[in-house]
Design a binder for this molecule. Structure first.
Ligand code: GLY
Length: 400
């Protein structure tokens, strides 16, 4: 009897180890396929815009052709960021040359004070470049960028102002996306002798935590503040389905933003917030089996609503990181959802065939549904967070 039990236990252990190994092998193939495809597409994209030094890839236009944007559009830092991640992965000199060239295109953003996207634009381009090369010229641009961004902080409200347009509707709009710009500020304090930047970042994250979230930890897109009282005057959406809906990319920005703030400050209140947002997303009854969110969790035409690959890519990257700061079932759930997202995004449904999709990596994102803008198209930031998630997974999970 005893021999039988031991035999049974040994068999179960062998099966478990076997499953673990085959799961790792499957994920290794997913990551390799995604990175290989990203490399092919990004080289083609870099060559395609090589001579047009003012242009950055954005999406595919309604005419089916590549739509570029000027460096002043909020997405200008993502393509250089993709190139840096691919350089990190391959150490390929020609990719590095592309990364350097596309990064320098964005340099004038360091003086931008009329919107909050400076963090996205500089951190993804110059930030990754500095992380990988230690180039002191990149550092100067980043520090100037942080200074420019900090001019938008209002101490009465405790937040950085997001947008300057629509002034007759919003006194002081703060959008959830703005959480992503805080990384430039935390970096600036670590790389200078001023704590002012990280203090602004913490204040913004704290005030946003207080006013942007509903009791279920879903969040509003736009909160506008009264500039006299410093309190919210309006809670709305701009890119979501309705003021009270959960716009998918906004939820992903929140998840990523608080996970990043925990990494940067080690303040446990940010970790708690990230976990609560993750629960909202991962346990949501309308998150599909393949884990690619509909563009809005409350879109009225679910299950026929458009999916948003960008929301999935941002969420996957954040969940991989969050799984490293947590343990037990919750950590496993984060990783399992991120793995499903990476598998789905790396399948033919979402991953472009080489040389197609105007050289973007992923298909099927949604930019701005309420104005019929960028519907079911590739988006440069979906590509960025997808490649970041693949690199993170390879570094943090496959190497374990
Ligand atoms: N930050 C703008 C967007 O997510 O569409």
């Amino acid at each position: 009897m005893k021999t039988k039990s031991i035999f049974f236990a040994v068999c179960v252990s062998i099966i478990c180890v076997g499953c673990h190994v085959s799961h790792k092998n499957e994920m290794r193939q997913v990551v390799d396929r995604g990175l290989e495809r990203a490399m092919i597409q990004s080289k083609l994209m870099a060559e395609c815009l090589w001579a047009e030094k003012e242009k950055m890839p954005r999406t595919i236009g309604k005419d089916g052709k590549l739509l570029t944007a000027s460096i002043h559009w909020w997405t200008s830092g993502f393509f250089p960021g993709v190139l840096w991640y691919l350089y990190e992965e391959t150490q390929n000199d020609s990719i590095r040359q592309y990364a350097e060239d596309y990064t320098w295109r964005v340099k004038d953003i360091q003086y931008t004070t009329n919107n909050h996207d400076v963090g996205f634009m500089l951190n993804c381009s110059f930030g990754n470049g500095y992380r990988l090369t230690g180039n002191e010229e990149y550092k100067k641009v980043l520090l100037q960028g942080a200074e420019s961004l900090s001019t938008r902080f209002n101490p009465i409200i405790g937040c950085i102002r997001s947008w300057d347009w629509n002034e007759d509707i919003w006194q002081f709009p703060v959008i959830i996306d703005n959480m992503m710009n805080l990384e430039l500020l935390t970096w600036a304090s670590k790389n200078s002798d001023s704590v002012r930047y990280v203090n602004i970042a913490k204040s913004h994250a704290d005030v946003t935590m207080k006013h942007h979230f509903r009791p279920d930890y879903s969040c509003y897109h736009v909160v506008s503040y009264d500039t006299i009282s410093g309190l919210p005057e309006k809670k709305e959406t701009n890119q979501g389905y309705a003021h009270e809906s959960a716009w998918a990319r906004g939820q992903s920005w929140a998840l990523y933003g608080y996970t990043m703030m925990y990494r940067e400050t080690k303040d446990s209140c940010y970790l708690e917030q990230a976990k609560n947002v993750a629960h909202f997303l991962m346990d949501h009854p309308r998150l599909p089996e393949d884990k690619i969110p509909y563009w809005d969790f409350d879109a009225p035409d679910i299950p026929n609503a458009l999916r948003d690959a960008s929301a999935a890519a941002i969420m996957a990257s954040a969940l991989i990181e969050l799984s490293q700061y947590t343990d037990g079932d919750f950590s496993r759930q984060c990783l399992s959802v991120a793995e499903t997202q990476l598998k789905t995004l790396s399948s033919p449904e979402y991953l472009a065939e080489p040389g197609t999709n105007c050289n973007f990596i992923l298909k099927h994102s949604v930019g701005n549904y309420p104005v019929n803008g960028e519907m079911d198209v590739p988006l440069t930031y979906a590509d960025y967070y997808y490649v970041e998630a693949l690199v993170r997974y390879k570094k943090d999970i496959l190497k374990e």
